[in-house]
Ligand binder design. Structure first.
Ligand code: SF4
Length: 467
């Protein structure tokens, strides 16, 4: 029997047809929609079409939802309000399961899917959002699609895609204290570059990856798109099964047993060959901070801002100069001396319970010296955090405890930085203006974000926790 990778094991089972030019028609098991999917519903109406498989389509509002109050009118303008409420009528009209605003199950689509057991190993999953790569952490193929493709998936439950090449990134070793999945993925992107994964489906492997919790794996796969790849995956194992079992939409009883035996057959065969392989030293990864307008411009918190003059490649040098100019940073500045104006702990990258626990461990008994906003990834994460008293730790530290949503990751709901402000943010994108016009975003892990909130500068969380 032919040896296959995890990706091939799933992809090959989902191809309905192939056509010249390398395009495959791929069956989609699950489709996640959010408030931004209103255009696609509009297209269905325009053409008199139905949602082909409503039982496999799920929706939750996230991008435009206010986090400050439970009043949907608390969004920046009438258009945002219209978008954030349209999802209710769209889902009712088309028979799509909705986790509505105010329901504990509402949250960021990429938090809700795994949390509800909608995301399981071995499936194909789509969503009209590029960070759909997140779900691959459970050992499935998941990728983001454009607005017209969303309508196509709604109408047909399938999509034409070019089969990507395969890449394995092996991270061996043991992650040190204070080093998380976020640091691993930033270190990977720094090593392979923000375009390093373009055209590939990436499988993360190695002892450091196996040692990550499901939350850590979700963070890792979430930022796969920041390495240029639309698909990131981790092979299903006991960590995956423990996470999935008992979730509302996960298989139960005999169906569970059958599913588990299938899922255990999915991991990459020993003899399987990848188109490309990379190795990353897990022992050497330190808490990371990005300093430029791409996640590849990153360094350990113990480093200094690099000097473009030492860059040999002219194009890269000019890009570094321009990014440092925008970020208002000087070469040679110790990262630990960079002052932050605001801290954001949230987003589909780092707003799960484990993320909030790690931030709370740092904030406990301390006071934030800069404005800090914390938005849990879903209503259920919020509830769990409150049951554990994490909200109290945050508010006692002078931090703002908000409602679930995308919030300051993208600011569509009005949660933004002021022009020129610098953030320590647990989100996934740091390009110019991502958190508001003129905003300067530094990506970090939740514990590093909390450390920056307490110190006012980027601070090595390992040292802070020793004190
Ligand atoms: S949290 Fe940010 S990256 Fe994630 S879905 Fe929302 S806007 Fe996109």
């Amino acid at each position: 029997m032919e040896s296959k990778t995890l990706f091939e094991n799933i992809w090959d089972r989902h191809v309905i047809a192939e056509r010249e030019g390398g395009q495959s028609l791929v069956y989609i098991d699950r489709h996640l929609c959010h408030d931004g999917s209103f255009n696609a519903f509009g297209q269905l109406r325009e053409h008199g079409r139905d949602v082909r498989r409503p039982s496999q389509t799920f929706a939750t509002p996230d991008h435009y939802t206010p986090t400050r109050s439970a009043d949907l009118r608390d969004v920046p303008d009438a258009r945002a309000h219209e978008i954030s409420t349209a999802i209710d009528k769209n889902c009712a009209d088309f028979g799509v399961t909705l986790f509505p605003w105010g329901d504990d199950r509402q949250g960021i689509a990429h938090v809700v899917g795994p949390e509800q057991g909608i995301t399981v190993p071995g499936i194909t999953l789509c969503c009209g959002d590029s960070h759909t790569s997140t779900h691959g952490a459970l050992g499935c193929i998941s990728f983001g699609i454009g607005a017209s493709e969303v309508a196509h998936v709604m109408a047909t439950q399938a999509i034409w895609q070019r089969r990507p090449k395969t890449m394995r990134i092996t991270v061996d070793g043991k992650l040190g204290f204070g080093v998380s999945g976020k640091d691993v993925i930033i270190a990977i992107i720094r090593q392979i570059s923000a375009a390093g994964g373009t055209g590939y489906a990436i499988e993360y492997a190695g002892s450091a990856i196996r040692g990550l919790s499901m939350e850590g794996r979700l963070t890792l796969c979430n930022m796969t798109i920041e390495a240029g790849s639309r698909i990131g995956m981790v092979a299903p194992d006991d960590v995956t099964l423990d996470y999935v079992e008992g979730r509302p939409y996960a298989p139960k009883g005999v169906a569970w047993e059958k599913a588990v035996s299938f899922w255990r057959s999915l991991p990459t065969d020993e003899e399987a060959v990848f188109d490309t392989e990379h190795a990353v030293d897990g022992d050497a990864i330190a808490p990371m901070v990005t300093w430029g307008n791409s996640p590849q411009w990153a360094a350990p918190v113990t480093d200094t801002i690099p000097d473009p003059a030492s860059e040999f490649d002219v194009e890269k040098r000019s890009e570094m100069e321009s990014t440092l100019d925008y970020m208002d940073l000087k070469p040679g500045t110790p990262i630990s001396e960079i002052k932050v104006d605001k801290v954001f702990i949230g987003s589909c990258t780092n707003a799960r319970i484990e993320d909030l626990r790690s931030a709370a461990a740092v904030a406990k008994g301390r006071r934030a010296v800069v404005s800090t906003l914390i938005s849990p990834g879903s209503g259920l994460v919020k509830k769990q955090a409150e049951a554990e008293g994490l909200d109290k730790i945050f508010t006692d530290a002078g931090m703002e405890w908000r409602l679930p949503g995308c919030s300051m990751c993208v600011g569509m709901n009005g949660d933004l930085l002021e022009p020129g402000e610098r953030s320590a943010s647990t989100s996934n994108r740091n390009f110019r203006g991502r958190q508001g016009q003129g905003s300067r975003t530094h990506l970090v892990s939740p514990s590093m974000a909390a450390a920056a909130a307490i110190s006012g500068t980027f601070t090595d969380v390992r040292k802070l926790m020793e004190d």
